[in-house]
Design a protein around this ligand. Structure first.
Ligand code: NAI
Length: 246
């Protein structure tokens, strides 16, 4: 019960890493508010989870829409009495070689992966500052550290997330707020389902681990960064990549 009495807001909680995090955090005693733009899936999951847990609620939210973000954060604070931890997990890819990448694909990825993180953090921040305590955990990627062919937009967005993380740690650390990020490697979720087998094989060859990453591997890293055990860690980017040679 490492998250007892903590209210956690998780974005992109209806699938993959976000969903594994919702399930893990509930087991660890957290009150969980999960948000996603996929309402159908979110509602079905809420129903399933509420059969076992009382303190879990789904809110439909597109993180790129600031009005919606402000409204949902307000609703969560009202329903749960506050927010202690924000996990900025929602993210998308729209891969293409740079020569052929439409600007819309760049913009859409930046909107969700960077502006979405900006909006959610800014909306939650005042509630954390009021308490003088809290955590923001952002989701970068190994691609944001090392770049990746066909992922200019995604790499730029995930590098930006590192910049935001380190800056917010400096701006709010003395006020009791920890801001850290995870940088997952290749994790088997819907996002990576369509990656061709030969590319997966190349990834496994540069990974010093006998298996691919699973959503729970990242959820466990989020758990550490959300718990009191990481109280003296701030502005850090934790790789969860099975030891990838970058
Ligand atoms: P996923 O595609 O399984 O889940 C992403 C969730 O975010 C979905 O439920 C989707 O509906 C939601 N979402 C997308 N846009 C949204 C928006 N505008 N507003 C609200 N919700 C939105 O992806 P996965 O793999 O679970 O990824 C989670 C995070 O981890 C993302 O930030 C991703 O970039 C990052 N990541 C994933 C890696 C992987 O190999 N799967 C590697 C590195 C980072």
């Amino acid at each position: 019960m490492r998250l007892q009495n903590k209210t956690v807001m998780i974005t992109g909680g209806a699938s993959g890493i976000g969903l594994a995090t919702v399930r893990l955090f509930l087991k660890e005693g957290a009150q969980v508010a999960f948000v996603d733009r996929n309402e159908e899936r979110g509602k079905a999951l809420e129903k399933e989870l509420q059969e076992t847990y009382h303190h879990v609620r789904f809110y439909r939210l597109d993180v790129t829409n600031r009005d919606q973000v402000d409204h949902v954060v307000q609703a969560i604070v009202q329903d749960f009495g506050g927010i202690d931890v924000l996990i900025n997990n929602a993210g998308i890819t729209k891969d293409n070689m740079f020569k052929k990448m439409p600007f819309e694909a760049f913009q859409q990825v930046m909107d969700v992966n960077v502006s979405g993180v900006f909006h959610c953090a800014q909306a939650v921040l005042s509630h954390l500052l009021d308490k003088g305590k809290g955590k923001i955990i952002n989701t970068s990627s190994i691609t944001g550290i090392g770049g990746n062919i066909g992922q200019s937009n995604y790499a730029a967005s995930k590098a930006a997330v590192i910049g935001l993380t380190k800056t917010w740690a400096k701006e709010f650390g003395k006020k009791g707020i920890n801001v850290n990020a995870v940088a997952p490697g290749f994790i088997e979720t819907e996002m990576t389902e369509t990656i061709p087998d030969n590319v997966k094989m190349q990834m496994s060859m540069i990974t010093s681990s006998p298996r691919f990453g699973q959503a729970i591997d990242v959820a466990n890293a989020y758990l550490f960064l959300a718990s009191d055990e990481s109280a003296f860690i701030n502005g850090h980017v934790l790789s969860v990549d099975g030891g990838m040679m970058k």
